[in-house]
Design a protein around this ligand. Structure first.
Ligand SMILES: [Zn+2]
Ligand SMILES: [Zn+2]
Length: 218
């Protein structure tokens, strides 16, 4: 098992999409750019769903080949949406059992505000989930204003589940209110570009900017 906590303070990008799904670059393209950008690791958090329409095994093979070629820590990941108030995610066991990093998110979700909060807390306690990707994107899109108590409840769930929170550069999330609460619960942040092409891959400067922003809010 990969020790994700050991990567938290190292320069890397936790959120990438390749041309296996809606990205424009290959695993090797990102690795090449990562070396140029001075990064030490990458997480290929590729979109998955229970019925996959591409070959996740081929992505895994690409990642394994890249490990041989590049002087980088290269992690096989997946990004899966939360399905229900039990916190189940839309990923097949064949994927979650081999992925080094499982990122749980909300994209579409069938339910009201209460359901969303229950589902988010349950997803954060789901032992399969390692990272909460673009936190509160769904809440923002629905216009949910979460109370301090609700934010604290989510951070308590993240702490219990040992889940890392993503600072997502593409969406500029989570909002500062959530970042401010996280340290009280010992919840750590990682930074992801949510890149769909190499130009969006984190650089050391972008990473420093996001970390400084995180430090200012907490
Ligand atoms: Zn997403
Ligand atoms: Zn994504």
């Amino acid at each position: 098992m990969t020790d994700l906590a050991a990567l938290v303070d190292r320069p890397g990008d936790w959120h990438l999409h390749t041309d296996y799904t809606d990205g424009q670059a290959t695993v090797a393209d990102y690795c090449e750019r990562a070396v140029a950008n001075g990064l030490e690791f990458l997480v290929f958090s590729e979109h998955v769903r229970r019925r996959l329409d591409y070959d996740y095994g081929a992505l895994r093979t690409d990642v394994e080949a890249a490990r041989e070629t590049f002087d980088l820590t290269i992690l096989l990941g997946c990004e899966a949406k939360t399905l229900d108030t039990d916190g189940r995610i839309d990923a097949p066991p064949a994927v979650t059992s081999v992925a080094d990093v499982v990122t749980g998110v909300f994209h579409s979700f069938d339910g009201d505000r209460e359901d969303y909060l229950r589902a988010a807390a349950a997803m954060l306690r789901n032992p399969a989930v390692d990272v909460w990707g673009h936190p509160l994107l769904f809440a923002e899109r629905r216009g949910y204003e979460l109370t301090d108590a609700e934010l604290s409840g989510l951070m308590a769930a993240a702490a219990e589940g040992g889940v890392l929170l993503e600072r997502n550069r593409r969406y500029g999330l989570p909002p500062s209110r959530l970042v401010a609460v996280a340290p009280d619960y010992g919840v750590d942040f990682v930074v992801g570009s949510d890149a769909h092409g190499v130009s969006r891959l984190l650089t050391k400067e972008r990473l420093a900017y996001e970390r400084a922003w995180l430090a200012q809010q907490s």
